[in-house]
Write a protein that binds this ligand. Structure first.
Ligand code: ZN
Length: 305
């Protein structure tokens, strides 16, 4: 197992589902011919250092797996990358490799570029807390090939304690098990945030809690069986609809295009504060949790302690 200290690294689900659909066919099977890395801005903070160990050794490797968080090569190099929305950018052969720079980063700004044997290039723009680019050396024998064949995923990669987009991983039993191990934790922190099991983006998780009629700060031990089942079923349904493309969340795709949401999910950020609840029309309120604010409906979601 790769030992990653995972923070609040984007992209989280459901955005990760859409990026994966694009990045996988763009990268898998291609060989790396060149890499380049630059620090384009010196800001107040730095945590990347002045080089990325292993990055210069990537030429000659072939990509055997790629998703929104990882690139794995045939020689056992595992690249982990996290970036803000729009930070991952794919350029076709002949296109000018023009990665946008951060406007006013408080941190250092970085560009990492990987050039592929068909003339295309994948670029990653990094600035701000939570961004990361790291190359690990891994033993390819660790990969559970049987499972990878079935689901097309590599479950040993630490993306979230439970991979909500993986049918085999996200089961009612595993979800219940996680909640019972963390009885004193708020349900929002049990599911989302950096500590949560599912790493679903907070605004989406808060919507799932709304339609499940569970207050974000209800302790997991206070939840009745039917509430946990409702939460699990609603989460599964929503994620499956994102996977099948019935729902689309707003994001910037790997070609730099802004994708319009096709979705009735209320993205529960500060912009919905005071707006009518989509279920009962009461004004949406906010409550502090996990060092930020969580949005909820005071009528639909009663707190249980
Ligand atoms: Zn309501």
């Amino acid at each position: 197992m790769v030992d990653l200290k995972l923070g609040t690294y984007p992209p989280m689900c459901p955005r990760s589902i859409f990026l994966e659909k694009q990045i996988k066919p763009a990268l898998e099977g291609k060989s790396i011919v060149k890499t380049s890395w630059e620090k384009y801005y010196t800001g107040k903070y730095s945590w990347h250092g002045d080089s990325i160990p292993g990055f210069d050794e990537l030429p000659g490797h072939t990509v055997i797996f790629a998703d929104a968080s990882y690139i794995l090569t045939d020689k056992g190099a595992l690249i982990f990358y996290s970036y803000p929305d729009g930070g991952l950018r794919y350029f076709h052969k002949g296109e000018v490799v023009d990665l946008k720079k951060a406007v006013k980063p408080t941190s250092h700004g970085y560009h990492a570029k990987i050039f592929l044997d068909d003339g295309s290039c994948i670029g990653v723009n990094q600035y701000g807390w939570g961004t990361l680019f790291k190359v690990f050396d891994i033993d390819l024998k660790q990969i559970d090939a049987g499972r990878a064949d079935k689901s097309g995923r590599y479950p040993f990669l630490p993306k979230a304690p439970i991979d909500v987009a993986d049918e085999e991983d996200f089961t009612y039993g595993r979800f219940r098990g996680w909640l019972s191990e963390n009885p004193g934790v708020n349900i929002i922190e049990s599911c989302a945030t950096a500590k949560g099991a599912l790493r679903i983006d907070n605004p989406v998780m808060n919507y799932i809690l709304l339609i499940s009629k569970i207050h974000p700060r209800t302790k997991t031990r206070a939840l009745a069986n039917d509430e946990i089942k409702m939460l699990f079923d609603n989460t599964k349904k929503l994620i499956n609809e994102y996977k099948s493309g019935i729902r689309v969340c707003g994001h910037t795709d790997i070609y730099g295009e802004a994708v319009t949401p096709r979705n009735d999910v209320l993205w529960m950020t500060s912009s919905v504060f005071g707006a009518p609840c989509p279920v009962c029309a009461a004004p949406i309120e906010a409550t502090p949790a996990a060092g930020t604010k969580m949005y909820f409906c005071p009528c639909c979601q009663a707190i249980k302690k």
